[in-house]
Design a protein around this ligand. Sequence first.
Ligand code: GDP
Ligand code: MG
Length: 163
Amino acid sequence: PMPTVAIVGRPNVGKSTLFNRLVGRKLALVDDRPGVTRDRREGEARLGHLLFTIIDTAGLEEADSESLAGRMRAQTEAAIAEADAVLFVIDARAGLLPADQPFAELVRRADKPVILLANKAEGGAGLAGAYEAFGLGLGDPVPVSAEHGEGMGQLLDALAEVL
Ligand code: GDP
Ligand code: MG
């Protein structure tokens, strides 16, 4: 069976942009089941020779809801539980923010292979942010740009090691 990879991180780091890049329009599908999985998207991804199911997490359609943090957490936990590997994404330009920490904690607890992605690093931007991300204890950050498609070779190498 195809392995499953979950994309995890706080809102606005570029998870959905990465999802779209890995899935491509043709294979994208939207999962609109109710409950914590409502905002979740799952698709068939291809990166180089690797084929895998990819899960995007944490839509923000009800950003005013008090239960939003709880729902995002539950959704993230569910995605991690299903995954063979986790892509933990931070925004290298913003650096490490307090909002990253609860997601990092869930990832740490999961005891699954984690690839730390420092996104928005196109053209060598965000080096300081990537350096900060070392402090998470989740390994060496891989600088990528989901929007511009940079660092995909390094992401492929990292995924190929754990899938
Ligand atoms: P999500 O909330 O984690 O799913 O993040 P999104 O994929 O919705 O992206 C949030 C914002 O970051 C959007 O404005 C994207 O265009 C932007 N973004 C995503 N990836 C990149 C990137 O690689 N570089 C830059 N500069 N912006 C990005
Ligand atoms: Mg998103």
